[in-house]
Design a protein around this ligand. Structure first.
Ligand SMILES: [Zn+2]
Ligand SMILES: [Zn+2]
Length: 81
């Protein structure tokens, strides 16, 4: 599984999920860009599947369906190909 993200120069980069948190060198500007973690998907108590930005791990998000407040899991699961 690969994720795409943008370098500061605007170049679209692609990296394997297992490289999340590491730096890769952009072939266009030669700068190092940090590979972001993918969004977290988890189940709300109401049964809805919620997606939160990985930067929000451990924080509360509000379910749009029932306005329940759910804590985003902090587990950063790394998938191995
Ligand atoms: Zn770049
Ligand atoms: Zn809910």
């Amino acid at each position: 599984m690969a994720i795409t993200f943008d370098c500061e120069c605007g170049e679209s980069l692609e990296a394997e999920v297992r490289h999340c948190g590491r730096k890769v060198r952009c072939p266009t500007c030669s700068e190092r860009a940090v590979v972001p973690f993918p969004p977290i998907t988890f189940d709300c108590a109401c049964g809805q599947s919620l997606t939160a930005d990985n930067a929000h791990a451990g924080r509360r998000v509000t379910c749009r369906i029932y306005s329940l407040s759910e804590v985003t899991p902090t587990l950063l699961r790394r998938e191995h190909a």
